[in-house]
Ligand binder design. Structure first.
Ligand SMILES: [Fe+2]
Length: 461
């Protein structure tokens, strides 16, 4: 095998080790459904193997199906998550045996692969990028399931760099066009393509994600009960859920606590807020006299290099993320403190844009001009135009192999079991060019009101 294939083989091993680590638990924990929002862990485990069989073995390798009778059980579109526990799915032992059998043959396909083959599944080994990213995404989903299970001791937690208090609250992005999406990243998904010019007026965007201290101030000021800050849809969501704080937060006297993978601890005020819905992010932004950035604003602030006139793969450039640049790949089971990654700043000076928390944007999930579905409609196309909002940047639980400045994630605006936070933005008017401080201080100015009604679309993954 050449170097390129060796690297892919190493990525396959790494992602599988990760999946096996998250499912190294008693059978009961793996087959139980911890929340109707999630699959049993053992479903995810066999599903990643089935997906690998479908795409690498059958589609790219032309190999006869190993277990065609189970395809239906692991088709995410046929069975919503809440129904999966009642399916005759493989048990833990059988699931591990099945995915191992698939994997053995996958390495043969890799060995025979010609990355210069013009077939788009083969070119640049796209089909391997597809299954590696897919499995990492399910691993992140499994972490969300483990968080919902509240079982202690199952999830690894490591050390992170210290935060850096102070510094500018916002960074300025001058008016002008940039190249959004990509035509050059070989493992980018169909929804990131094609690259296209987008012209934006000048704006400010928060240098850092919104932290727990600022979010707690929003709660203290009665932000959840003040209808001025909420969209119509957000008010309905609040009435239904009676949400009063981020998911997994509880209050004891003057202290906020959070439960994280079965441990209860005081909320660290210097970390980005996590486990908030789009509605909460939207309301906070309005309270702060700001708004959520559009997806285009987010991507320009994150990836565009205005001097070189080119898009970077990561905020800092094209070099791989290391522990000094971003909190990715489950180094610890939490976001890093605010300001922990000066070396990870974007060309405009925005920090912690990749890693830590997925960031909600104002935008709905829609195709870029010239979009072409690949390799199947159910990856992206069927989700366009639903009530999904786009999330960007990747969380601490996202792997570097599945993160880049153009990567688009999406979910329903009510979801908060995922590792989500946000940052705010605001349009720059002439008096708001650099050198002038923001007109609005937190909690003063009602803004726009989106007020859209949700539609119902199939569950992802
Ligand atoms: Fe999936």
């Amino acid at each position: 095998m050449n170097d390129f294939k060796e690297r892919i083989a190493a990525e396959l091993v790494a992602v599988r080790d990760r999946s096996l680590a998250y499912t190294d638990a008693e059978d009961d924990l793996l087959v139980r459904q911890h929340s109707p929002l999630m699959s049993p862990l053992v479903w995810d485990l066999a599903h990643v193997g089935n997906y690998e069989e479908l795409w690498v073995l059958r589609e790219a390798g032309g190999i006869t199906p190993l277990r065609p009778e189970i395809d239906d059980l692991y088709d995410a579109f046929k069975h919503p998550r809440r129904n999966r526990p009642s399916l005759p799915i493989l048990g833990p032992v059988e699931a591990r045996r099945y995915i191992e059998g698939v994997r053995g043959r996958v390495l043969d396909v890799l060995d025979a692969l010609d990355p210069d083959n013009p077939d788009p599944l083969h070119r640049d080994a796209f089909v391997f990028g597809l299954v590696i990213q897919h499995e990492h995404q399910h691993d992140e989903t499994m972490l969300a399931t483990l968080q919902l299970s509240r079982e202690p001791g199952l999830v690894r937690d490591g050390d992170l760099p210290p935060g850096r208090p102070g510094g500018a609250e916002e960074v300025f992005v001058p008016a002008g066009s940039f190249l959004m999406g990509t035509g050059t990243q070989p493992w980018a998904y169909d929804n990131e393509r094609p690259a296209h010019r987008v012209d934006l007026p000048a704006y400010w965007i928060d240098r850092l994600p919104v932290g727990n201290r600022a979010y707690a101030a929003f709660i203290e000021e009665g932000g959840y009960d003040d209808p001025r800050w909420w969209s119509q849809e957000g008010r309905l969501w609040r009435q239904e859920t009676r949400a009063f704080a981020p998911l997994f937060w509880t209050r004891d006297g003057d202290t906020w606590w959070r439960t994280r993978f079965g441990r209860t601890e005081p909320v660290p005020m210097d970390e980005p807020v996590q486990h908030v819905s789009w509605h909460e992010a939207d309301a906070y932004a309005r309270w702060a006299g700001k708004r959520l950035p559009t997806e285009a604003e987010w991507e320009k602030a994150c990836g565009w290099d205005p001097v070189a006139e080119r898009a970077r793969k990561y905020p800092w450039g094209d070099d791989d993320p290391g522990p000094e640049r971003a909190n990715l790949g489950h180094r610890a089971a939490r976001p890093a403190p605010l300001g922990a990654y000066p070396a990870g700043a974007s060309a405009y000076g925005a920090e912690q844009m990749v890693g830590d928390v997925w960031e909600w944007t104002a935008s709905r999930f829609l195709p870029y001009p010239g979009f072409r579905s690949f390799p199947y409609r159910e990856y992206s196309e069927v989700f366009f135009g639903g009530d999904y909002r786009v999330l960007r940047g990747g969380s601490w639980a996202a792997d570097p192999a599945a993160v880049r400045t153009t990567f688009r994630n999406w979910d329903h605006p009510i979801r908060r079991q995922i590792f989500t936070g946000f940052r705010c933005a605001r349009s720059a008017s002439p008096e708001h060019s650099p050198g002038h401080s923001p007109k609005h201080s937190p909690g003063r100015s009602p803004g726009h009101s989106p007020g859209h009604l949700p539609k119902h679309f199939p569950e992802r993954g």
